[in-house]
Design a protein around this ligand. Sequence first.
Ligand SMILES: [Zn+2]
Length: 268
Amino acid sequence: MGGRRDGALKSAQGSDRAIPIGSGGSSLLRPLKAAEVVARNIVGDIRAQNLGPGDGLPSEAAMLVQYGVSRESLREGLRLLEVQGMIAIRRGPGGGPVVGSVGAAHLGRVSALFFHMSGATYQELFQAWVWAEGELAERAARHPDAVLRAATMEPFTDGHPHESGGALDGYLEEHAGFHRAVASLVCNRVLELSLESYGQIVAHHVAMVDDPRTLRDVLVDDHHGIASAVTAGHPKRSRDLMEEHLRGVVDYCRERLGGSLDTAVEWL
Ligand SMILES: [Zn+2]
């Protein structure tokens, strides 16, 4: 892990020339390329047919006929969706494309590339993350259905849910599970996906540079308190506790990473 850490965090040092953030200009008006049209149509068909994660998609031969494009464009379109996690390609006999998921982690991953090119730093990412999660927690506590709030937060208000058996993947998944549950109460998928993506980048990057399980003792009671505030419907308290919770993580990272928080966010 050490080699990756050094490579990831040092490569941006010393490069203070960033690409200014622009509107993208005329690129918004350019027509979609054939591969992008295919990708759009596949996603459209997944929605129209109400398919869920793991459901099979037509074979390549069938898609070539269905979408009327070249094999090259079809494969490029499938690849575009595959890297975003929206589909998965099962290899081997009986394999083929299947429906994937809509994950804030994937959105975060591609966002990190934008952040890097703009020169945005880890410091800025952490700032955005604290604000975003505070906003989600406040909105979650405002959800009008007290029964739903209680049911969604119940796994986190009851004892210590973070018993993942020590595996890093399991720990990260359980930690993300709490934040996802809070975000789900916002009932706005645009906010849920975009604001959650910051935390996904942070989790991914912290896991690359350090073992976040050492943070467990600091975090385990925080979730309990936030979940209780959301359940009780206290928006301000939920926001304050969430911000405090994440500042703990930021302070921890600052201590561990020092000046490297001023480097540009990497695409990991
Ligand atoms: Zn947390």
